[in-house]
Design a protein around this ligand. Structure first.
Ligand SMILES: [Fe+2]
Length: 419
């Protein structure tokens, strides 16, 4: 990104903000150390260590803001663990910062509210005093515990999300009633994996283990809804190789995601997918048949590419044929519904990846950009008509952490609507 596009301005602002978050947290930490009144040598050593750590964590953000990637300058053996530490620390320190700012703001409001509510007459009557203000030891202890909690809680949460939350697989089984589904297709099972993100935080072994879980359910048809890789083309080979255990009587079908687009993987690499036994669908369709009834399986280009072609996707499909669409980004759902797609399978948002528990859905930044984060949807809450299922995916992007958004493998069973 070399020009001042809106996206670059947002990126630049974010990186500068992250840099200053580190600077402010460093200042608060050093101040806390100085208040401990340790021996001078220990105090200097501890403060110096804290400054060095924060400098190491702030450097990638500060330099990235001016277009320099620290990680590409270092050998892989150093850059990969450094990147992991940096990403995990960015999440936990940002949360710490938010908690500290919130508690500081609440404290400031409480102090001013107390002063404002104090009876004016008593204030006037009180004689001005230069005596030192007595510090309530229990209040100081409380503040120290709060400060410790503000740092420890986010670190604990991100460690949990990186170690356990990221790998606690959930197998979701769900029946989907399709209007006008022929009785011959009733009970057809569809396995779905999405957002594998092969790379540093998703090894061949992990992908293979997930594939074995899906294969053991013996689905009639398998769908892979994009984001096979994280950043690099070569990760596709690892991913497809680890998926070799998959087999389905009606076939394995895939669409591409935005990470394939960013890694330069496109339709021209359909041969690589075919070698792995996967039929890649980009603006095209195929038909599968069971007990003499046909189901159309369609796949579109990823929405990021701006190359979705509904006409060529649908051209070979008869209107009365039930249609299953693979579309990485679920936001095409209303358009797919207008084109008569019965069921759209998507991924992309990783179920929010980092989600605060709140109500049935939870709170996640992904909600700012989409209303289709995870699970089953119908158009405008209708009881019939087009449906969407959004898989939470298996891998991670950005930070290798999942909170309240467990990795998912889905087994959908198509059901005919009872007469
Ligand atoms: Fe993804």
């Amino acid at each position: 990104m070399s020009t001042w596009t809106p996206l670059y301005v947002m990126f630049f602002t974010f990186m500068v903000a992250m840099f200053f978050v580190q600077f402010l947290l460093c200042w608060r930490s050093v101040r806390a150390v100085l208040r401990l009144r340790l021996r001078r040598r220990w105090s200097r050593l501890l403060s110096g260590g804290i400054c060095a750590f924060f400098a190491g964590m702030a450097a990638p953000s500060g330099l990235q803001a001016v277009g320099v990637s620290v990680f590409t300058l270092l050998p892989a053996s150093i850059s990969e663990p450094y990147r992991t530490l940096f990403l995990v620390w960015m999440v936990s320190s940002s949360l710490s910062f938010l908690i500290l700012v919130t508690s500081d703001t609440l404290g400031w409001v409480a102090r001013h509210a107390r002063a404002w509510l104090r009876p004016r007459g008593r204030l006037r009557a009180a004689a001005p005093s230069r005596a030192p203000v007595a510090v309530n030891p229990s209040r100081r202890q409380f503040l120290q515990v709060m400060s410790f909690g503000a740092v420890a809680l986010p670190i604990g949460l991100t460690t949990y999300g990186a170690v356990w939350g990221r790998s606690r697989l959930e197998v979701v089984r769900r029946d989907i009633v399709i209007d006008k589904l022929p009785a011959a297709l009733d009970g057809l099972t569809i396995g779905q994996m999405s957002d594998i993100h092969a790379g540093t935080f998703m090894s061949w072994r992990e992908i293979n283990d997930y594939a074995v879980v899906l294969q053991e359910m013996k689905p009639d048809l398998i769908t892979l809804t994009g984001d096979f890789v994280t950043r690099k083309q070569y990760q596709l080979t690892t991913c497809l190789d680890a998926l070799q255990v998959l087999q389905a009587p009606l076939g394995i079908f895939a669409c591409l995601g935005n990470h394939e687009f960013w890694a330069g993987i496109d339709q021209r690499m359909a041969g690589e997918f075919a070698q792995g036994g996967v039929r890649l669908l980009v603006n095209e369709s195929v038909h599968v048949e069971r007990n003499g009834a046909r189901l159309a399986v369609l796949g579109i280009a990823d929405a990021w590419t701006g190359r979705i072609d509904w006409q060529s996707t649908l051209t070979a499909v008869a209107p009365e044929t039930p249609k299953l669409l693979l579309a990485h980004i679920p936001d095409v759902f209303p358009t797919a519904g207008r084109y008569g797609i019965d069921l759209t399978l998507s991924g992309h948002y990783h179920g929010g990846q980092l989600k605060l528990p709140s109500g049935r859905v939870g709170l996640t930044p992904a909600m700012l950009v989409s209303k289709y984060i995870a699970g089953h949807y119908r158009l405008d809450g209708a009881r019939r008509g087009p449906q969407l299922y959004v898989n939470r995916g298996l891998g991670t992007t950005g930070v290798p952490v999942r909170l309240n958004a467990r990795p998912e493998i889905t087994l959908l069973t198509l059901r005919a609507r009872p007469a």
